[in-house]
Design a protein around this ligand. Sequence first.
Ligand code: PEP
Ligand code: MN
Length: 337
Amino acid sequence: MIIVMKKSAGQAEIDKVIACLKDHGLGANLSVGSQATIIGILGDKSKLGGVDLTLLDGVQECVPIMHSYKLASRDMCPDGRVVQVGGEIIGGNKLAMMAGPCAVESEEQIVQAARGVKAAGAKFLRGGAYKPRTSPYAFQGLEDEGYRLLRMAADETGLKVVSEVVGVDQIDTAAKYCDMFQIGARNMQNFRLLRAVGQSKVPVLLKRGIASTIEEWLDAAEYIMSEGNYNVVLCERGIRTFETATRNTLDIAAVAVVKERSSLPVIIDPSHAAGKRAYIESLSLAGVAAGADGLIIEVHPNPKVAMSDAAQQLTIPEYAQLFQKAAKVAQAVGREI
Ligand code: PEP
Ligand code: MN
């Protein structure tokens, strides 16, 4: 349930409503928006008993939230949330540009990648240290050493680090090296992991599950937010369909649906959707045109020898060219890079 305050309501009235909720063992999520001031009720509203909140001074109306997710819903924060990662903001007018290799492979590889994507204009360095591979015999990542190399390369170039955590036991170490955690598609419904990253308070990039609906994805975001971590960014990375021409099917419509239903920023990963280098640019430009809040793209100094996802990683010059085109599309839709 959300409480919509009257336009004339002052701070004292807002404080009284929040205090009333607190007295009944409930939390409050205050959203002061351009159109309205909204107080979201956190917790089991049956604790209110017979209290009629509409009788409190300054309250215009109480509206139930129809979704199973509340904090992630648009109703709770109609102006949209912005997520701070270090000094970078995701969800404002500016697009978040993230790039880097699928996996961290060596110091030389990640430093070259970091320098290349930084020169092209990226603000975030991606790279897997723990890789969730389909085959147990495939390269599994450099693990903690991968996090350390990422941090070093990012510090040298002034980038923010985004990297995946695949288990609860990695969170403490990963938090020392990463500015943002990635929850991969395969772990989108690993609820213990979601709760644990929620408790960590490190910003989270939550990828959509390979066969998950948008509602399930937003419920997964709610798990993280319900632990007090509101710094969640969604990432559409393609879903499994009958089509085999691409690795997954990029659901561009998900951007529009998420913008309508959720307050969270949403970015596009064209690399894992396409699976092929040749399609990355079109999907990226489509994502920006559709209103995505950023792009995360796999870039490798020498994709031919990449230890994972070789077919979909861009070279540094290819990324630099894509970046320039994305900037033009961004400008056309009133955004900047
Ligand atoms: C990745 O980003 O490296 C990755 C494994 O992505 P996904 O979880 O979307 O497959
Ligand atoms: Mn990959």
